[in-house]
Design a binder for this molecule. Sequence first.
Ligand code: ACO
Length: 339
Amino acid sequence: MIGKQEVRQKLMANTNAAILGTGRAYPEGILTNADLERMVETSDEWITSRTGIKQRHKASEGEYTSQFAVAAARQAIERARIDPGEVGLIICATVTPDQILPSTGCLIQAELGANRAAAFDIAAACSGFLYGLTLANQLIRSGQTRYALVIGAEILSRYVDYTDRSTCVIFGDGAGAALLGPAEDGRGILATRIYSDGRYAEQLFSPGGGTRIPPTAETLAGGLHYFKMRGNELFKVAVRSMADVSREVLDEAGYQADDVKLFIPHQANQRITDAVAQKLKVDESIVYSNIAMHGNTSSASIPIALDECLEMGKVGEGDLVLLASFGGGVTWGAVLLKW
Ligand code: ACO
């Protein structure tokens, strides 16, 4: 016998998902460029001109990823006006989980009281949130679940070497969340594309601490758990892949870059954002940037930015919103939505 809920979910099948509510949270602690000037050989002038970053949030001792994920998720659920018990799927995009086992998703599920929602993590670095939106969209379309939470949450500062000036100026901590449900009137997610190319794995990676180089006193002393990055190589791949994948989702949905009302690229570096916007030939007035205040928060950057845009009234009903990302792996992707 098919239950009432199953019938309802089957009827919803093949309906795209829409974002019904968003939220964001970050640690209170802030690390400014002036603070970094006292820690490594750098300057506010270098950081600002090369990255656009002025400050970033930094977790204190004792703070952990799921705390911020839960706070952001609670806002998203509240704004979508649903009950946590109605959430059927929780995807937490993170490369800095609370612990290896269990998933941060499961810890979030318990904290939210989200019934028996399926919960798991995805590690796609800065593209994690768009990977999550892509999966959630398909699971809602298939009728597997009605409401899904997609969260991007990171405490990158735990893996940043604060003696390495080429990485420590870039990364910040935070979380952003989106609650998705079936869309109405042809709105919601119109197209998604996600990709990876593991040949570039060592452009941004943390060599130690896993099964290949297990954590020992020596690996810790040698800083093998810290992020290592080839910034200028990543820069070129980032610009090319974000511009290409953005064009792909626009083509698939039958739109031009001119039609986009709001473009939120992953907040990696202001120069990357400017170069992608230029390649896409979109006006800078529709490109959102918050990198000055948050730095690069990896998977959290797009949902934090989206939540800020909604709060500022930058998105109206029917507006076309383009999200694009690029990150370690390397991974990249884009999602096109009609609000
Ligand atoms: N302060 C002062 N000087 C610095 C600093 C710093 N913080 N960092 C590097 N430099 C120096 C370098 O040592 C180098 O000096 P040299 O010429 O004497 O050798 C010089 O500045 C230029 O270094 P580049 O690495 O070529 O600088 P670039 O202009 O490429 O900027 C940056 C570096 C900001 C890292 C840039 O390449 C970038 O943003 N790349 C993309 C990184 C990125 O997006 N990473 C995240 C991917 S997302 C994810 O998955 C988390």
